[in-house]
Design a protein. Sequence first.
Length: 424
Amino acid sequence: MPHWNILVVGGGSREHAICWKLRQSPRVDRLYCAPGNGGTATVAENLPLAASQVDVLADWAQANHVDLVVVGPEDPLALGLVDRLTERGIKALGPTASAARLESSKRWAKEIMVEAGIPTAPYAVFDDPQRAWDYARAQPYPLVLKADGLAAGKGVVVAQTPAEARSAIHAALEAGVFGEAGRTIVIEEFLDGDELSLIAFVSGRTVAPLALARDHKRVGDGDTGPNTGGMGAIAPSRIISDEAIPRLYTTILEAIATALHERHLIYQGVIFAGLMLTRDGPKVLEFNCRLGDPEAQVILPLLGADLAEIAYATVTGELRPGPLPVLPGYRCGVVIASGGYPGPYRTGLPIEGVDEVDANALVFHAGTKRVDGALVTAGGRVLTVVGQGETLSAARAHAYANVERIRFDGAYYRHDIGLREVSR
Ligand code: AMP
Ligand code: GLY
């Protein structure tokens, strides 16, 4: 059986979940994570290299006989990490920079969706503030305004009034708050409904979907307050009937894989479709080129297959089409954040209780690090606690019982992760 040295790029809770799952594979020899965090250090060797240092990472991978690189976040993909690795003959799970435009340019993604007949909100594109405003003032509200480029999850405004749209246009097109990423904006119709995360491994036209998941993006209970990177997730989601799922695979995942393939774009990685389940059917809010965070933390523990083998098959064109095996039961992941997040927060605070977690939960680290052997906070989202259970309520109960064992100054979490799906 061949063995592989694998480098995981990124340092969040998603990357800890990826490393944890890869470590279970008998195929994995050396496992590295760049830059990693206090949790990845327990299953992989952390490297002091930033995810955005794409040339340095590619050189390091070559010099250290890495067989496969798994790219967690979007920035290194848009910066061409996969292109750099491919030039050096190293296999990489993730799209090339030109295919990663699916996430790094909302305008490009909208164009390809319309051409491929993938359902999405009607939209218009602007780089001139006056024209944007002439259009926006005449639209029904709420209205959605998006920076074209990558804006770390902060580039989307749901304007309730024309005045809010006007200030969003000013911020992006005149004040330049998103820099180059916001020099072009997409203005689109507001879609109402439940959101769903549809994620699959994609190798050319072959699609292998993972369990459906639900993220919770707002900071506060009851979906209140500002958007965050994600405050918790559950999987598998039962919000859509089993009979309706194959149609999502064909009309969205296979449709986008085929559209990319027809444009001669090499896609060997993960595609994540953020869906809105509207009264007129599911529509795509956005595509991402990677696993979601916190979705990965609940999806990967449910994956009934060897992640290293799936990743390797994806990059060698041997991926088998069709849904990947999903283990029985449910997972509920609750993010513990620093007080103040997504605004300013303190770091360096000692974290207690991570070792007190019981066998019904996993803890994936994000903003943590070890200082003189002690675990301290180092970011906005600090940990994801994932409870497991035969039912979603049991998974929630195990998640929260263990969340309460973990303590640091100002620790904050939502109390209602998965609650709406339990009550349905
Ligand atoms: P995106 O980064 O495009 O997924 O947008 C971030 C969040 O903004 C989504 O998860 C939705 O909650 C919201 N959003 C984006 N586009 C729309 C839309 N057309 N209608 C309603 N909400 C939206
Ligand atoms: N959970 C949403 C994202 O990863 O973008």
